[in-house]
Design a protein around this ligand. Structure first.
Ligand code: AMP
Ligand code: ZN
Length: 112
């Protein structure tokens, strides 16, 4: 996707503070963190959002969540962490390339 900023990050056309990469996923720190630690995990395959996902994406979605837990531990969030997937304009999504937020420690948004 030519105009997608996360696809540009994947192609190193926009810099990011990467914490993990494999053949299917990239994780990097959010540029506007809402907690002491806040990173995003994106699939390398461009999908606009969760609502566009089908059974074809089922394994990828599961692996992305498991990766979130693994990276949260690696980033020192041993006390726990939060995950968030904003979906669609009504769901507060700003970047239309599927991503999971993982954050923890001194969060600036209230607990739901
Ligand atoms: P969302 O509202 O779920 O679409 O969140 C998009 C997130 O991407 C926001 O938290 C932004 O701060 C973050 N973001 C946007 N551009 C960049 C970038 N170039 N590098 C890192 N994070 C970004
Ligand atoms: Zn994209």
């Amino acid at each position: 996707m030519l105009d997608c900023i996360f696809c540009k990050i994947l192609k190193n056309q926009i810099p990011s503070k990467k914490i993990f990469e494999d053949e299917d996923f990239l994780a990097f720190h959010d540029i506007h963190p809402i907690a002491r630690i806040h990173f995003l995990i994106i699939p390398k395959l461009h999908v606009d959002s969760l609502v566009q996902c089908t059974h074809v994406h089922q394994a990828m979605l599961g692996r992305m969540l498991l990766l979130g837990a693994e990276l949260a531990s690696q980033q020192g969030m041993n006390d726990g962490f939060r995950t968030m997937i904003n979906t669609g304009h009504g769901g507060g999504q700003e970047v239309f390339h599927l991503h999971v937020h993982v954050f923890g420690g001194e969060t600036v948004i209230p607990k739901l």
